[in-house]
Write a protein that binds this ligand. Structure first.
Ligand SMILES: [Zn+2]
Length: 373
């Protein structure tokens, strides 16, 4: 090999090593879990692996927070972070952990259901690695993750993902989607084992009502909606009416019987719980969006979506003020409060009485940072 090409080869190697060294801290930072500061309502913090030992020591294990009331009542589970790029669900769960107190019954909160999904981004989406929220005493940072389990933790994907039991067929990447893995399998892949642990928690803690928090792209038909298992239909319909009365426009959909692997279907079929899922509008998720940044996730403003909305191309309006994180987290929090209140109305023995949870109007008025410790 001539000396000149050896020399240019060395330069390329050195440049590659430099680029890797410069990028490494950013990637490694995503391995660190965000700080959550449990409030006075949290009586115990545990791990999901308590409900399935096969998850212990894996990238799928994740914190679980228990808030117990003095009076006995029902048990509610609220789960954020099924999809790591659906920030409003995570932040609503964090606000519950840091602010809520339970007077009656129990509240169990899992803020990052698929912990592995928070250790990477979806390639080519231009998503930020984290978002910043200003509080009264400084800025808090939260990881913006991915929709699926990190391939470093579960690899390779099959060409086609066939769900055990139902035989439903999906594309291979969905094998890493927690919301296609329920009810889960103890001897399955990491995502199926996370799903199995969540189902085990619902069963062993006798969860009366389980709420899975999501966001979806503005052009997705089931956006700003509650999706309910058939046993939860009456409850969800009353919640829907109460939220509309609060000025929150929200839809109601039945969980399709032939769509498998989803939380609202499989939790309801495999356990006694009333299973529901709530969606908001996630401005950083859709295909029509313009420039993607942390500001789009928090500010929620995108002029391309505003134009699509003006032409009636979206299932729900995309206002000129956008869908800021405040309004999306506020929707989830008001939804959770309405579910708790309606559960108590329908079945007083299953009551879960929550205090200290800010509602939609309060979060918008006072700002999300006000409710983060
Ligand atoms: Zn989702």
């Amino acid at each position: 090999m001539p000396a000149a090409s050896r020399f240019s080869g060395s330069i390329i190697l050195v440049a590659a090593a430099l680029a890797a060294a410069m990028a490494a801290p950013g990637f490694l930072a995503m391995r660190r879990q965000d700080q959550i500061m449990p409030g006075p309502g949290v009586s115990r913090q545990g791990l999901l692996s308590e409900f399935f030992q096969g998850l212990a020591g894996t990238a799928g294990d994740t914190p679980v927070y228990f808030l117990e009331g003095a009076e006995s009542g029902g048990t509610m589970l609220v789960m954020g972070g099924t999809h790591g790029d659906e920030t409003a669900g995570v932040l609503a769960a964090v606000v519950l952990i840091e602010q809520a107190r339970v007077q009656r019954g129990r509240l169990i909160v899992i803020p990052r259901a698929n912990a592995s999904g928070f250790t990477h981004n979806v390639p080519q989406e231009g998503h930020p690695q984290r978002i910043a929220i200003r509080t009264g005493r400084g800025t808090r940072f939260f990881t913006y993750g991915a929709r699926v389990t990190n391939p470093v933790h579960q690899w390779p994907d099959p060409q086609v993902y066939t769900l055990r039991g139902s035989g439903q067929v999906l594309s291979g990447i969905e094998t890493r989607n927690l919301n296609r893995a329920y009810p889960g399998r103890p001897d399955g892949n990491l995502t199926e084992r996370i799903a199995h642990a969540v189902t085990s928690l619902i069963r062993s803690e006798r969860v009366d009502l389980a709420i899975d928090l999501h966001e979806a792209s503005p052009e997705y038909p089931v956006v700003n909606t509650i999706v309910a298992h058939e046993r939860a239909t009456e409850l969800a319909a009353l919640v829907n009416i109460n939220l509309q009365a609060e000025g929150i426009a929200i839809g109601l959909e039945s969980s399709p019987v032939n769509l498998h692997g989803l939380s609202h279907r499989e939790w309801g079929d495999a356990t006694q719980t009333l299973a529901v899922l709530m969606e908001t509008t996630g401005p950083a998720q859709g295909r029509l969006r313009g420039r993607t940044s942390a500001g789009l996730v928090t500010g929620g403003l995108d002029r391309f979506y505003v134009r699509a909305s003006e032409r009636n191309k979206l299932p729900v309006p995309f206002p000129e003020t956008g869908w800021p994180l405040e309004s999306r987290v506020g929707r989830h929090l008001s939804g959770i409060a309405a579910f708790a209140a309606t559960l108590a109305d329908l079945w007083p023995e299953k009551a879960v009485q929550l205090v200290g949870v800010p509602d939609y109007a309060t979060v918008i008025h006072q700002g999300l940072g006000t409710f983060l410790r």
